[in-house]
Design a protein around this ligand. Structure first.
Ligand code: BES
Ligand code: ZN
Ligand code: ZN
Length: 448
């Protein structure tokens, strides 16, 4: 593959962004990837171009690829990790259920041609991309395979390889420890819920711990408020937040940064069943606050509330970042182009926004007006899981405000990734079709 700052000399190739041209030179196939005008070409262009190029090479059945990073301008030469990232992320394909050995789609070797690359950084980039593809694999796979138990087993494997301490609460303990909301959401399913805490301690002398909490609904049928056709088909991906936590912990295990992070996820199957929790009922959370169920499809905030309260009680984190495919409303607001960021802390929000710019995993700050929290109060219980607003009004904000009731003043950021976790249209640069792995690189950049 060849990326070039100038399109001069290549017939019918303009070097525009997203442009890919194939030319033949003896036995070699040359794939030219446009970076756009040199003045504003940056790491993001390089990443996307490399991904588009490797997809082209694989589509042509070329499995031995050399990735040539431009040597000028130096700004681009130095951004070579983005090119490598693009190639590794662009080469990914979910192949588990393809009977035909579709080897065309498989990269067998990748050579990096760069005058700036270092082996240490190559390994780091490779490890990060591995973690992203691991998260994608979990999100793409079947809901009947990726159950709460399966996610907990994955966590055990990741923790074992990295020598991390891990705590797994099963259904019985979830009940006896009074995680009433997580128990309620999981009660209708034969696949019992789990709460998982993975402790990465890269800075033992430092007391401060950052908690990263993921929503792990392994299938969201909506419960008694059953999701209709057209909305239910992709709901195996409702554990994408938990997949980010697993991907992050896997990455930390190989990168070994000097930070302390507790990776937490609550996993449950929101089933429609005779034993499912029901609208109108009231449940007591781990925090002690009671919650009236307005809609059994607003289950993510319930399991996150208990996971966060439990984490605060046991770990007392200095700050909390939660990631969740929380609302369809964020998809209405931002499309598949960006995740929504809600935060009670300017410093944490700024850190996440900066990291998002670097990794090109778009984040857009959304407001947390006091009226949103007001709308989550119930006449019968302390809180309700749906707002008093008209149907659909500000649902990402009211959902975030519900989670905000369980923080006990901890600095917090909530990433509503319902729009970005799964790409139902064509690949766009490093973003493949189907599970995107959104969030893993963002958190590694922000915390690693
Ligand atoms: N898992 C869904 C949100 C979702 C929608 C994720 C589309 C990915 C794609 C969530 O549990 C949900 O159903 N939210 C409801 C909340 C409502 C009942 C307050 C929603 O957004 O409609
Ligand atoms: Zn739901
Ligand atoms: Zn859900």
């Amino acid at each position: 593959m060849h990326s070039t700052g100038t399109a001069r000399g290549i017939r019918d190739f303009k070097g525009k962004r997203k442009e890919v041209a194939v030319r033949y030179d003896g036995k070699k196939t040359l794939v030219f990837c446009g970076l756009g005008p040199t003045v504003d070409a940056d790491a993001a262009n390089l990443r996307a171009a490399a991904a588009n190029g490797i997809r082209e090479a694989l589509a042509l059945g070329r499995k031995t690829v050399s990735l040539c990073v431009p040597t000028t301008p130096r700004r681009l030469a130095k951004a070579w990790p983005a090119a490598l990232e693009g190639a590794l992320l662009g080469a990914y394909r979910f192949r588990r259920y393809k009977t035909e050995k579709d080897d065309h789609a498989l990269l067998s070797s990748l050579e990096l041609v760069s005058d700036a690359a270092t082996t240490g950084e190559v390994t780091r980039t490779h490890n990060i991309c591995d973690a992203v593809c691991y998260a994608r694999e979990l999100v793409n796979d079947n809901a009947c395979r990726v159950t709460p138990h399966y996610l907990a087993e994955q966590a055990r494997t990741v923790a074992r390889h990295a020598g991390m301490k891990i705590v797994v609460l099963k259904r019985k303990e979830i009940q006896t420890q009074k995680l009433g909301l997580l128990a309620a959401v999981g009660q209708g399913s034969p696949y019992p819920p789990r709460l998982v805490l993975m402790h990465y301690r890269g800075a033992p002398a430092d007391k401060a711990v950052t908690a990263v909490v993921g929503k792990g609904i392994t299938f969201d049928a909506g419960g008694a408020n059953l999701k209709p056709s057209g909305h239910i088909e992709t709901m195996r991906t409702d554990m994408a937040g938990a997949a980010v936590v697993l991907g992050l912990m896997k990455a930390l295990g190989s990168l070994k940064p000097k930070v302390n992070i507790v990776g937490v996820f609550a996993a449950a199957h929101n089933a429609v069943d005779g034993r499912s929790y029901l609208p109108g009922d009231i449940y007591r959370s781990f925090s002690g606050k009671t919650v009236e169920i307005g809609n059994t499809d607003a289950e993510g905030r319930l399991i996150l509330a208990d996971a966060i309260s439990y984490c605060i009680r046991k770990v007392k984190p200095a700050r909390i970042i939660d990631l969740a495919t929380l609302t369809g409303g964020i998809l209405v607001a931002l499309g598949e182009m960006a995740a929504g960021l809600f935060s009670n802390n300017e410093k944490l929000a700024a850190e996440l926004l900066t990291a998002a710019r670097k990794t090109n995993e778009r984040l857009w700050r959304m407001p947390l007006y006091p009226e949103y929290a007001e709308a989550m109060k119930s006449d019968l219980a302390d809180l309700r899981n749906t707002s008093t607003f008209k149907r659909g009004h500000a649902s990402p904000g009211t959902g975030a405000a519900f989670i905000g009731q369980f923080l006990e003043n901890t600095p917090w950021a909530h990433v509503d990734m319902a729009g970005v976790a799964y790409n139902q249209s064509k690949p766009r640069g490093e973003i493949p079709k189907f599970a995107t792995g959104y969030g893993v690189r963002l958190l590694v950049e922000c915390l690693g």
